[in-house]
Design a protein around this ligand. Structure first.
Ligand code: PFF
Length: 448
């Protein structure tokens, strides 16, 4: 049998997982959700969920992946013993990856478009109205956003077709740290703006009265989305982790880095929004209007804008790669397709739905279902239903279905690691995480 590829080092897993986690979820979706869900109230719930539930859930996915050395469908089949329903969780995960990739590449396409705009210096000297108009004109353009989306998908398929180690690891390792550096520079710049105080108050001052069922499920969905958990992406990456790597510390490192980048994005965007008079509740356009305004007033703005959008494209690419990898790992192993063919078919299928998501964004588009655009519907379905449900089933599987000895063996690398946190992690996996996810999930269903 062909040997399965592994990440080459501990840094390899951290970098690849961080590559999957860091992306539009942090820079585009997080400020958008925080802005529409009360700022500080959202942030506090988000931090608790990301750190407390996110890390054990990420570890659970790694445990399943490395134990089974298989894609999510095969992994549940292998680890659950006799014929039973657990592989359904794997199918659900692959379907979820496909649905996320479809709408994610809509925004991924915008980042490419905005990279072009920054190269052409389209933001210089523009006022807020003109920058808002540019966003509307771009998203309403008859073909440009679609072409950008398709180019993005093609790039993703190209990297995934070449395989895990060559593609994913190499890309992520060089460019992710650079993104962090540029975000720190932007953060410092935002703190000097006139609306800094108001923006920071909005973002950091929790008004506990604003925490309700909607804020809870939005924060849960956002945490899962941002950390790439609850749908098998990290089961897939877990299957490439070497036997000697410490999964607990790797997961903790990724969760911290991801949370840091999301908070940095908030500190960049909210002060700027208050300075330029952009509503924090602006939704999808928030990042794409605030950021150009920031660059436009900054010394060296042209340069920073160009580098920022370039790095954002790459951060987004390492996330789309991990999404397509879920589909490709499943189809190569379950249906015995070759990797290049699986990558191409995966990208083409995604394009069919993805283009509808992009078209649904246009003003007056008829592509609405139940009052939501196709784009919104895909986003809502995955973050509010598929991922929480997937996450719940994953922790239940590791906590209650897998053999305890196997789980401990994975957590301690066969007893060679002294993971002090082992007991706490097991407790969260068995009790706290399932109860918390179930309560939030059910409260949204009942609250309707
Ligand atoms: N975590 C990515 C982001 O924050 O942009 C999005 C994502 C990637 C979600 C991969 C799920 C996934 F499997």
């Amino acid at each position: 049998m062909k040997q399965r590829e592994n990440f080459s080092s501990k840094l390899g897993i951290i970098v690849a997982t961080a590559g999957s986690a860091l992306g539009l979820g942090n820079i585009y979706r997080f400020p958008c959700e925080a802005g529409t869900n009360g700022g500080g109230a959202f942030l506090i719930v988000y931090l608790i969920i990301a750190l407390l539930i996110g890390t054990p859930l990420m570890v659970s996915e790694f445990v399943i992946g490395r134990r089974a050395r298989s894609n999510p469908i095969g992994a549940f089949r292998l680890l659950s013993g006799k014929k039973n329903v657990w592989p359904v969780v794997g199918y659900l995960g692959v379907l979820c990856a496909f649905l996320i990739l479809a709408f994610y590449t809509t925004v991924a396409g915008w980042t490419l478009g905005y990279l072009g705009k920054s190269a052409a210096n389209h933001f210089a000297g523009q006022d807020l109205g003109q920058i808002q108009l540019q966003f509307m004109n771009f998203t309403n353009h008859p073909w440009l956003p679609i072409v950008c989306q398709l180019i993005f998908l093609a790039l993703t398929a190209f990297v995934v077709a070449r395989g895990v180690k060559d593609g994913i690891e190499r890309w992520s390792k060089i460019l992710m740290p650079l993104l962090l550096v540029i975000m720190v520079v932007l953060c410092i710049n935002s703190l000097t703006l006139s609306g800094a105080k108001e923006g920071l108050r909005f973002f950091f001052n929790p008004d506990f009265g604003k925490i309700n069922g909607r804020v809870l499920i939005s924060a849960l969905g956002q945490a899962f989305f941002s950390l790439s958990i609850g749908m098998g992406a990290l089961i897939t990456y877990g299957s490439y982790i070497g036997k000697k790597d410490n999964m607990v510390s790797s997961a903790a490192g990724v969760v911290l880095a991801d949370t840091l980048v999301a908070v940095l994005a908030g500190v960049i965007i909210f002060p700027a929004a208050f300075t330029f008079g952009i509503q924090p509740q602006a939704g999808a356009s928030l990042a794409f209007t605030t950021l150009p305004m920031v660059f436009q007033q900054m010394t060296g703005g042209y340069f920073f804008c160009l580098i920022f959008f370039l790095l954002l494209v790459i951060a987004t690419l390492t996330s789309t790669i991990s999404l397509l990898e879920v589909i490709v790992a499943a189809t190569t192993e379950e249906m015995k397709l070759s990797r290049p063919l699986a990558a191409i078919l995966g990208a083409v299928d995604t394009a069919l739905i993805g283009v509808l998501a992009t078209l649904s964004f246009r003003d007056g588009s008829p592509l609405h279902i139940g009052g939501r655009t196709v784009f919104d519907l895909l986003d809502h379905m995955t973050a509010s239903y598929f991922m929480p449900l997937g996450g719940l089933l994953i922790v239940l599987f590791v906590g209650w279905k897998m053999k305890r000895a196997d789980v401990l063996d994975e957590l301690t690398n066969g007893g060679t690691l002294k993971t002090g946190l082992r007991k706490a992690i097991l407790f969260i996996i068995r009790y706290l995480a399932p109860v918390a996810i179930a309560v939030i999930f059910i409260s949204q269903l009942v609250g309707k």
